[in-house]
Design a protein around this ligand. Structure first.
Ligand code: NAP
Length: 264
């Protein structure tokens, strides 16, 4: 299947690690140009060097995405370098455990800045380019938007708002033929996930209790499985898909979690 994204410039926020890294690798496999925007320069530059060593163009641009000026400047740098932006993947986020009981109005607002505001900033600054090149947007949300998790009010609120903005932007941008979709992960092993898991008394036991409840195969979703959906949504093969929430989660959110897994 020809995805038709060769040479397309695709911004991936938080593309140095985890799901974002998986997306960048999948883009590189399709000969698109991944542009990583985030605050992990070591990992970001290492990945870019790896791509360049096999003659894949790629860039890393530093940005603390909670900072509006960083977002603006990063988008400008991409546009100046390439003269185009074909797609945006809003991916960076942190499940930072700002709860209702254990939290504060200040930390709630801080977490929204880290998790939500930059999805809007990046889309806003990319929009002129996306209009020009009939681009598309994918927002990475989270199951917590629908299932809740407990103790993470701001993160869950941000993830829910990302879904709302996905539909809102899909409607607003119909006239420009810009498609906007969301991908909703549940359980994917990444640096963020490992950190979250390490907060429990017995991480291996906790992990086992989670994977047992993932209906399809009693296993975590892989980064590659996430990335395949994102890159498909960006491609011409998804040319009539907009305003959708795609759950790449082995049935975690929608199937009955009391089910035994398919392999058991
Ligand atoms: P990850 O392993 O921590 O990778 C996220 C990347 O984004 C990191 O490089 C991180 O940098 C960067 N980042 C985060 N906030 C940033 C900011 N304000 N400015 C600049 N860079 C920032 O996380 P992941 O698990 O791949 O998560 C990716 C997305 O999937 C997130 O939106 C997350 O909410 C969502 N998600 C993940 C899961 C899962 O199971 N992993 C489940 C549901 C949803 P630092 O390392 O410096 O923080």
């Amino acid at each position: 299947m020809d995805l038709g994204i060769k040479d397309q410039v695709v911004i991936v926020t938080g593309g140095s690690k985890g799901i974002g890294e998986g997306i960048c690798r999948c883009l590189a496999d399709e000969q698109a140009i991944p542009v990583i925007i985030g605050r992990s320069p070591e990992e970001g530059n290492r990945l870019v060097e790896e791509f360049k060593s096999v003659h894949i163009d790629a860039r890393y641009i530093f940005a603390e995405l909670a900072n509006l000026e960083d977002c603006k400047s990063a988008v400008q740098q991409v546009a100046t370098t390439y003269g185009r932006i074909n797609a945006l993947v809003n991916n960076a986020g942190v499940n930072d455990g700002v709860g209702l009981e254990k939290g504060s109005p200040e930390s709630f607002l801080g977490s929204l800045k880290n998790n939500l505001h930059h999805y809007y900033y990046m889309a806003h600054y990319c929009l002129p380019w996306l209009k020009k090149f009939k681009g598309s947007i994918v927002n990475i949300s989270s199951k917590t938007a629908l299932t809740g998790q407990g103790g993470t009010s701001a993160y869950a609120a941000a993830k829910g708002a990302q879904l709302a903005m996905t539909r809102e932007w899909a409607v607003e941008l119909l006239k420009y033929n810009i498609r906007v979709n969301a991908v909703v992960p549940a359980e994917v092993m990444t640096p963020l996930y490992k950190k979250w898991l390490s907060g429990f008394d017995n991480p291996p036991k906790k992990l086992e209790s989670i994977t047992q409840k993932i209906p399809l195969g009693n296993r975590m979703t892989t980064k590659d499985e996430m990335a395949a959906m994102v890159v498909y949504l960006l491609s011409k093969q998804a040319s009539h898909i907009t305003g959708q929430f795609l759950f790449v989660d082995g049935g975690y959110v929608h199937l009955d979690r009391a089910l035994a897994g398919a392999d058991s």
